[in-house]
Design a protein around this ligand. Sequence first.
Ligand SMILES: *Cc1c(COP(=O)(O)O)cnc(C)c1O
Length: 347
Amino acid sequence: MPETSTTFPVSPPRAWAEVSLANLRHNYEAVKNHQQGHVMAVLKAGGYGHGIVEIAQELEKSPPESAPAFMGVASVIEARKLAEAGIRTRIYLLGPTCPFEREEIVARGWTPCISSMEEGEHFNQLISDFQQASPTKRLRVHLTVDTGMGRGGFLPDSLLRNIESLDQMDSLELEGIGSHLPSADEDEKFTQAQFEQFDSLVESLGIERFRFRHLANSAGLLGYQSRTTNLYRPGLMLYGISPLPKYQPTLKPVMSLKSRVSLVRELPAGQGISYGRDTVLEKDTKVATVGIGYGDGYPREISLRSGEVWIRGQRCSLLGRVTMDQIMVDVSHLDPVSYTHLRAHET
Ligand SMILES: *Cc1c(COP(=O)(O)O)cnc(C)c1O
C-alpha cells in the first residue's frame, strides 16, 4: 500500500550486522601469506554466521593460482546452497555423512571424508551403480584419521590395517588424507605430538599416495609446522578471529554489529540500571539507551563481564544487564553536541 509509505518515513532497522568483504579478503591474504599451500575455506554454519553464499562468492573471485581449492561445509544442505548459487570451487564435507545423503553427494561430485570401511564400501557401491554409463569415472574421497579429536576418522592402526582394502575399491580415488586438532589453541605439547603422529603416519603410507594432506585449522596453521601437509582448513581466521592471541593484530573483523541510540538521560547517583538492579550508579551519570539486545544476538552474558560499545569512535561501558532488545551504556564522557542527531548514532 504505497499510500501509507508516503505519509511517514519508513523506519530503518534498530540493530543490524555489517559484513566487510574487504576485511574477508585481507584475512584470506593473511592465510595465504602465513604458510605455503592450498586452502580449504571453512564455510560451515552459514559461513560462521556471515552468509555462506556471499563469503563463498567473494573467495571465489581470487585469482586462480590463489583461490581456495575447496570450500568446507557441514552438511549436504550447505553444499547444495553453494552449488545452487553457482559456486564452482570443489565442495568438501567436513564430517561423516549419513547413508541417505550419499546418493546426492555422488551425483553432484562433492568430496566426502571417510572414517570407516562401511562408508567406503557404500560410496564405492553407489558410484558403480551411478557410473554404469562411464565406469572409468571415480569419486575423489579423503580419508580421515582420528589423532585425538574423538569425533570421526579411522584410528591410525585401523587405517594401516584397512588401507589396502580401501585402495582396492575401484570406484574410489583416495585423493586426500586429513585429521583434526582438538586443542591447537590450548595445548602445544599435545598438538606437537599430534603433528608428529600425523606426519609419521602419512610418511609410512607414502606422501605421494595422497594429493592433499591436511591437519591444520586456524590455530594449527598459525602456530605449527608439518613435514607432510599441503592443505590448510582455516575457518576462524577468515572471519578475523585469531585463536592464538599473538596473531590477532594481523586480522581484521569481518562482522560488526551496529545499532542506534534511542534515548540519552542524566540519571542521579543511586539509580539502579536494568533487570536485577545489580548495577547502581555511584555518581550522576549520562546514560544512553541503545536499541540492541540478546534478541538481536548481542550476548546476554556480556553484562556479567564489563562490555563495551563504540559510539562515534569512543568506547562506552555497558551498564547493567543486557535486555532482550535494549542495552544501557555510560556516555558521560561524550560530547553533548553529538546527541543532536540521534538517528546517526552507531555503536
Ligand atoms: C570447523 C573446522 C575447521 C575450522 O576450524 P577453525 O578453528 O575455525 O579454523 C577445520 N577443520 C575441521 C574438520 C572443522 O570441523
